[in-house]
Design a protein around this ligand. Structure first.
Ligand code: GTP
Ligand code: SPV
Ligand code: MN
Length: 618
């Protein structure tokens, strides 16, 4: 490969030996590892086999290094807490780049730099960046290794925390490498360095990173270069970088969809099964919805995925969806025994890495919303003593649990099906205090693409930057589209032409976050969202009513099963309201968004916008 340019330096004897005795004969991989090692100058190279022994060794090393705190074995077996640099706590969108050949291909919503220029710039950053550290080679596959077309990747990283986290989030190690080698498979090159070389005798810090961060995707080359951050989607490169940004570019070329969606299996009281995907922006309720504990009688929910969905179409044009991940990287705050017991059970099984939560005095973890009662004393995520009157959160708002998916009691067995599950409906959703009703059904596919393409949501702590600002977030993919956003909307529209309108899933749009005048949530959310799920499935089955509004078909309170719901009638009415006046005030925001997309905006989107205005009247 010619991906890393510049002068070569010698490897350490240990690194040379690791290359000589490599557990693969995959030539491109061997050449690339050598090239990266010569550039980054690690003290050693380690081929991750994904074994339990390797996990035990690395977690012990991380405890010794001060990166991990081993939790109380009785409460959280084989589990650890990590605390990041306070400047490295979330995705960094302003430092994320789509380096396609042309600026136009990246489009107006992505940061762009000429790929050759970026490679040149980053090559200098990577030069010597792994000195004193180990270069870990992590072969991984997104989705099943038994898929007809396994999507391989190899992450090269100098972070043992990343190796341990990737072991939870993806299928990694020797079996993956063996299949890659035997089939001489293509793999996505995913290079990651903390950018914190250790000089001779220099003492390490608990969370090495670099203030100068780059999260770079080269969509044409299907390559990822990440530098400077050790956190979440910036560093676990199989997740957002590969399974969304790179995969969305692959999906565009191959005629499928790589989306920021959970996958939920719903069984109705007659035993009929539907699979539903839902796209909500970061920290807007995907994991919670995926693990919903239904309150409505006779309905059963199971989880297939909580963050990413790959939707392909079979020979008959029917959509089938897989979750390419093997773990959950879930928002801790707000996840508790009352709101999400399924998640709590999963993490309580152990084998979990917590990052930026608070520590309890008995060696456990705590975060806001975990329990009804607040502990009297904690060590907060910054390592400070904390009491309920400290006046600051104990856990960082983007603190996370990283847990194997098979610890979820309600994991649907079909999660393991390499070709996925049939898809009945797509749900879009955002976090809006006003305007957007609890649920609406799109009139047709094109209207659904308009709903998704103009989705709006208040920003959250999942990305660095201001929180609570309303922004357009098409299909909840704004930070994850690996190419031009206008072409992305065109691609969505083309799916129906390509596979047949009759094969398209139903499209719905939800908002769990509408407020009442007193500032509270109009809808109780969480398990009560099952009432909305019931309405969605009943609409698909042609057995629920709704009224046509300007923004889609919306249930009246009488159309929802509200049996046993503890909520005031006026709050429910407020959650379901469609106020044409409020919606007319949305139009300038939509226009601004379309302006931003520019020339590549499909004409159909303008037609939909005009039709909405007409339905709203004046
Ligand atoms: P990412 O993993 O960052 O993509 O986030 P996510 O979309 O998986 O969001 P998650 O389910 O973790 O929820 C984020 C926050 O929203 C948590 O604090 C939840 O407690 C809260 N939340 C989730 N569902 C609901 C709901 O139905 N109502 C209300 N009021 N809050 C919710
Ligand atoms: C998100 O921000 O949507 C996440 C967290 O799921 S991260 O993996 O860091 O992107
Ligand atoms: Mn999540």
């Amino acid at each position: 490969t010619d991906n890393v340019v510049g002068t070569r330096a010698q490897l350490t004897a240990e690194a040379e030996e690791a290359l000589r005795s490599a557990p693969t004969t995959h030539e491109r991989l061997l050449a690339w590892v050598r090239e990266v090692a010569e550039l980054t100058q690690p003290a050693a190279i380690h081929w991750a086999d994904g074994s339990r022994e390797e996990w035990d060794r690395l977690t012990t090393e991380l405890v010794d290094a001060g990166t991990f705190v081993r939790l109380n074995e009785e409460k959280f077996p084989n589990s650890f807490a990590a605390f990041s640099d306070p400047e490295d706590v979330a995705r960094v969108e302003e430092r994320t780049f789509i380096c396609s050949e042309t600026r136009e291909a990246a489009g107006p919503t992505n940061n762009w730099m000429d790929p050759a220029e970026m490679r040149g710039l980053l090559t200098e950053k990577y030069r010597g960046s792994m000195r004193g550290r180990t270069l870990y080679v992590i072969p991984f596959v997104m989705g099943s290794l038994d898929s007809h077309d396994p999507k391989f990747g190899v992450e090269l990283t100098d972070s043992a925390y990343v190796v341990c986290s990737m072991r939870i989030m993806a299928t990694i190690g020797q079996p993956v490498l063996d299949k890659m080698t035997a089939t001489d498979a293509f793999f996505v090159e995913a290079l990651h360095s903390l950018g914190a070389p250790l000089e001779e005798g220099q003492e390490d810090v608990a969370w090495p990173c670099n203030p100068d961060k780059y999260i770079v995707q080269f969509p044409e080359d299907r390559a990822i270069w990440s530098f400077g951050s050790g956190y979440g989607g910036n560093a676990l490169l199989g997740k957002k970088c590969y399974a969304l940004r790179i995969a969305s570019a692959i999906a565009h070329d191959e005629g499928w969809l790589a989306e920021h969606m959970l996958i939920l299996k719903v069984t109705d009281p007659e035993g009929k099964v539907h699979y539903i995907s839902a796209a909500f922006p970061s920290a807007c309720g995907k994991t919670n919805f995926a693990m919903i504990h239904p309150t409505v009688e006779g309905w059963k929910a199971e989880m297939v995925g909580d963050d990413i969905a790959w939707i392909r179409f079979d020979d008959a044009g029917k959509p089938r969806v897989v979750n390419p991940e093997a773990g959950l990287f879930g928002v801790a705050p707000g996840t508790g025994w009352s709101t999400n017991p399924n998640a709590m059970h999963a993490v309580a099984e152990g084998n979990t890495i917590f990052t930026n939560v608070a520590l309890t005095d008995d060696g456990g973890v705590w975060w806001e919303g975990m329990t009804e009662e607040t502990p009297e004393h904690l060590i907060d995520w910054k390592g400070q003593d904390w009491t309920p009157d400290s006046g600051r959160p104990a856990a960082h708002p983007n603190s996370r649990f990283c847990t194997p998916i098979d610890q979820v009691d309600i994991l649907a067995p079909e999660y393991h099906d390499p070709e996925g599950v049939p898809l009945s409906a797509i749900v879009f959703g955002g976090r809006r205090k006003t305007t957007v009703p609890l649920v609406s059904q799109a009139f047709d596919w094109e209207h659904g693409v308009f709903q998704g393409g103009t989705l709006s949501s208040e920003t959250t702590a999942a990305a660095k930057g201001q929180v609570g600002v309303v922004r357009r977030d098409p299909m909840a993919m704004l930070p994850f589209i690996g190419y031009n956003a206008g072409d992305y909307l065109k691609h969505w529209l083309s799916i129906s032409e390509r596979y047949g309108a009759e094969n398209m899933p139903g499209v719905f749009y939800v908002n769990w976050f509408r407020r009442t005048p007193d500032g509270g949530f109009a809808w109780p959310g969480f398990g009560e969202n099952s009432r909305v799920v019931k309405w969605i499935v009943d609409r698909l089955e042609g057995r629920a009513e709704g009224r046509e509004t300007a923004v889609g078909v919306v249930p009246s309170p009488a159309d929802l099963d509200l049996t046993g719901l503890d909520a005031a009638e006026e709050d429910i009415a407020a959650a379901l309201a469609v106020d044409p006046e409020e919606w007319r005030r949305e139009l300038p925001g939509i226009d601004e968004w379309f302006e931003k997309i520019g020339e590549h905006l499909p004409e159909e989107m303008r037609r939909q916008r005009a039709a909405l205005e007409e339905r709203l009247g004046s």
